[in-house]
Design a protein around this ligand. Structure first.
Ligand code: SF4
Length: 466
């Protein structure tokens, strides 16, 4: 396989730079963008007499040109058509040159299901369009379609619908692949009481707003981080204003070492309906490598305890963890299925800025494609169906994260959040409030860190947005 370091030159780039760079970057590590490289890849495009022409050439790639007729259309439609055309053209050129096909073809967005829904408005067979026009592999097009079909009965675009998300960006220790903003509990312990009071005030304001506007609350999600790492007393205080919402209520108890009877009772007493206990792997050696401060036995113990409380349980696994072979991952999937939680989320490792292991990324993600293929096949064989999916930047092998559920156990919050079909009111540091206005979504982010959030005047947080 060729490995090339190149400068990327796009002429008249103002409308296309980010989108086009995304598709070029998808060919990493075979093609690495570097402004100081000697090799280059140049994209030109121009429009004349109703014909849009794109041309690609470089010091290593043969010159290639493609044209499309464009009838008179408005600016937005013109940009949409030409952007898609350029991305697919570049994809085809690079795919032929490197001799590889990417699972999502020229699709670089994080939510492929959104495109499927969009196509559904005008096309009878969106899956074929994904395969033929976007070069998505038949297998991934099938996955996208399966997720959309699984969402029937829950998916509903409605500006009167909303969800609440509360962020607790605190964990017992830091996983070495983590790039979320999450502080180690020991380092922020003193800030927690003040933080919780502020978040509770914000939750009360959100609830009042929802009630005054007559909005329809669909779900509550307390995530992070690991909210269960703040201890039973603090967690109880935090959950109390949400206890009577009467909707699907999830709390991430992601780290098994934070799950004990006291914490589980607090969640039960506050009417939590769904929790996440995330092994990531059932391989003892890998748990140590990735910086989790718990053992495989902790995973089993916490799961067994949680079962007694009757929660729906989600378990996350990650494909492509450092040092893991395909067999290690197969073992983890088999162990999760043996436990039969209501939800399993098959993640692909994504390495982002700030991850301590970025330097060692060449050792990671090696077999991710085989791992994810196995996970999907095995989960489906055991009655799990995919119901939501999303992609992130820098995912091993250009793959995706997919949530699977047993019949009737799809998580409403995950669907609302990922498909952008309802407003999500965020409370807490680094939470995002999204207001769904039909064709448009307005977003407002909170201060990222606990300390900054706690210092801010409450009126400058959620409510100055409405
Ligand atoms: S549990 Fe999640 S948020 Fe916490 S350190 Fe690990 S990856 Fe980051």
């Amino acid at each position: 396989m060729k490995n090339i370091k190149a400068r990327f030159i796009i002429e008249d780039y103002q409308h296309y730079l980010n989108d086009v760079q995304d598709i070029v970057r998808a060919f990493s590590p075979y093609l690495i963008l570097d402004n100081s490289a000697c090799d280059f890849l140049r994209l030109k495009h121009f429009y004349a007499d109703g014909v849009f022409t794109a041309q690609i050439d470089g010091t290593f790639i043969p010159q290639n040109q493609r044209q499309i007729d464009i009838d008179a259309v408005g600016d937005i439609e013109y940009k949409k058509i030409t952007k898609h055309f350029l991305k697919t053209f570049i994809y085809d050129c690079l795919s032929a040159f490197f001799g590889i096909k990417l699972p999502y073809g020229s699709l670089t967005g994080v939510r492929p299901t959104k495109l499927y829904y969009e196509l559904l408005d005008t096309q009878t067979d969106p899956k074929s369009i994904l395969i033929n026009d976007y070069r998505v592999s038949p297998q991934k097009a099938e996955l996208i379609e399966e997720c959309v079909f699984s969402q029937r009965g829950i998916y509903k675009q409605d500006t009167a619908n909303c969800d609440i998300f509360v962020n607790v960006p605190v964990c017992p220790t830091r996983c070495n692949y983590c790039s979320f903003i999450s502080a180690e509990y020991g380092k922020v312990k003193k800030l927690i009481p003040e933080y919780i009071e502020k978040v509770k005030t914000e939750i009360e304001m959100i609830k009042k707003y929802i009630s005054e506007k007559g909005l329809n609350l669909r779900s509550v999600y307390v995530g992070g981080g690991t909210p269960t790492s703040i201890g039973a007393e603090s967690l109880s205080s935090l959950l109390s204003p949400l206890a009577r919402c009467g909707v699907e209520f999830t709390v991430e108890a992601g780290r098994p070492d934070t799950v004990n009877d006291e914490i589980l009772s607090v969640m039960k007493d506050n009417n939590v309906t769904r929790i996440s206990i995330n092994p990531q792997t059932f391989n003892e050696r890998t748990l140590k490598t990735i910086g989790r401060a718990h053992s495989v036995k902790d995973i089993y113990d916490s799961y067994e305890k949680a079962l007694k409380y009757g929660f729906d349980i989600n378990m996350d696994l990650i494909a492509g963890l450092e040092g893991e072979s395909l067999l290690d991952f197969v073992y983890s999937i088999e162990k999760v299925v043996e436990l039969s939680p209501q939800n399993v989320t098959a993640h692909t490792l994504s390495i982002k800025r700030g991850a301590a292991i970025r330097e060692r990324q060449k050792d990671m993600g090696g077999n991710a494609r085989e791992m994810i293929d196995f996970a999907h096949e095995y989960l489906k064989k055991h009655k799990y169906k995919p119901y939501y999916m999303y992609r992130q930047k820098n995912m091993a092998d250009n793959l995706e994260n997919t949530g699977f559920c047993l019949e009737g156990k799809a998580c409403v919050y995950n669907i609302d959040m990922m498909e952008d079909i309802s407003s999500v009111f965020g409370a807490g540091a680094n939470a995002m409030t999204k207001i769904y206005k039909g064709q448009k979504i307005e977003r407002k982010a909170h201060p990222k860190h606990i300390h900054d959030y706690s210092k801010r005047d409450i009126d400058s947080l959620t409510f100055n947005f409405f």
